[in-house]
Design a protein around this ligand. Structure first.
Ligand code: FEO
Length: 168
C-alpha cells in the first residue's frame, strides 16, 4: 500500500508528465510557425514520449489501487525567442523534472516502498538520457550561432527523429 503522502505526490507527478507533453506541444507549434519543421517534429516526438511517461505512471497507480485524480493541466507558452531559446527552456524543464523525481525517490525510500522506488528509478534513468540529448542539441545550435545554413542543417537532422516508445 502506497502511503497517502506518496500517492498525492505521484498524482502530482502524473499531472507533471502530461504538463510536460503539453509544453512540448507548445514548443512544436512555435518551431513549426518559425519554419523549423525538423525541430517541430522533434518536439512532437518529445510530446509523445511524455504521454508515454504519463501512461506508465497512470498504469502503475491503477495497479496499486490508487484512486486516480486528473487535475487541470496548466496552460503553456507557444512563443519563444529563438531555436536556441526553445531548447534551453526544454533543458531547464527537464532539469526541474529530474529534481521532482529525485524528491519522489527520496520519499519512496523513506517509506521503504520498494515497488514505487523501483518504478521511479526507471524515470530517473530516463531523465539522464533526456537531459544529455537536449544538451547536445543546444551545443550544436551554439556552434552554428546565427548561421542560416547551419541552423538549416540542424533542423534537417532533427527531422529524422522518429517515435520509439521508451516504456515498451
Ligand atoms: Fe517525463 Fe521528460 O520527463
Amino acid at each position: 500500500m502506497i502511503s497517502k503522502d506518496l500517492q498525492k505526490a505521484l498524482i502530482e507527478q502524473l499531472n507533471k508528465e502530461y504538463h510536460s507533453a503539453y509544453i512540448y506541444l507548445g514548443m512544436s507549434a512555435y518551431c513549426s510557425k518559425e519554419g523549423f519543421n525538423g525541430a517541430a517534429n522533434w518536439f512532437l516526438i518529445q510530446y509523445q514520449e511524455e504521454v508515454s511517461h504519463g501512461m506508465k505512471m497512470f498504469k502503475y497507480l491503477e495497479d496499486q489501487d490508487v484512486a486516480i485524480e486528473l487535475p487541470e493541466i496548466k496552460a503553456v507558452k507557444v512563443e519563444y525567442k529563438s531555436l536556441l531559446d526553445v531548447f534551453k527552456k526544454s533543458l531547464a524543464h527537464e532539469q526541474s523534472m529530474t529534481k521532482n523525481l529525485n524528491n519522489l525517490s527520496d520519499l519512496a525510500m523513506k517509506d521503504k516502498d520498494h515497488a514505487t522506488y523501483s518504478l521511479l528509478q526507471w524515470y530517473v534513468t530516463e531523465q539522464v538520457e533526456e537531459e544529455a540529448t537536449v544538451g547536445e542539441i543546444i551545443d550544436h545550435i551554439k556552434l552554428v550561432g546565427d548561421n542560416g545554413y547551419g541552423l538549416y542543417t540542424i533542423d534537417k537532422e532533427l527531422a529524422g527523429r522518429s517515435f520509439v516508445d521508451p516504456t515498451a
